[in-house]
Write a protein that binds this ligand. Sequence first.
Ligand SMILES: [Zn+2]
Length: 164
Amino acid sequence: MTEHEIKIAFNEYHSVEELNAGDYSLCMDAVDALATSHSPYSKFKVGAALLLQSGKVIKASNQENVAYPSGLCAERVALFHWGTSYADDPIVAMAVTAKTEEFELLKPVTSCGACLQVMAECEKRQNSPFKMLLYCIDGPVWAIDGVHSMMPFMFFEERLSQAI
Ligand SMILES: [Zn+2]
């Protein structure tokens, strides 16, 4: 028997003002994306923004549906948009934020497992990691270098992914 240990390192910034100009701007793009959220059921708006190597920014938000499972998280709306239209332009960073009138958010929102799986495959697809910025409005920002560190046991089978 061999015991293994996995450690995850991330940086916490106490406010968005501590970030460099590029990361700050991407967090503000995620805030802008909240305006397009379609979330009448959860009343929980999520905004995501992708910074691509060319400098282009893709903004997206969560899109709910009365048939609940038909909706999609902001992160995957953004990533699938990237995959269909900009996959030749690697993702450098992704910012995610959230807002609700129902209660006060005190820490950054973290992505669901399905989104982490998709993010991790996007990293493999472009053969380079991207930075995650999880931003709590008026609160801290968690910065993680590489999605793979949040999803160390992601499902991946090389032989199923010859096209990647
Ligand atoms: Zn998700």
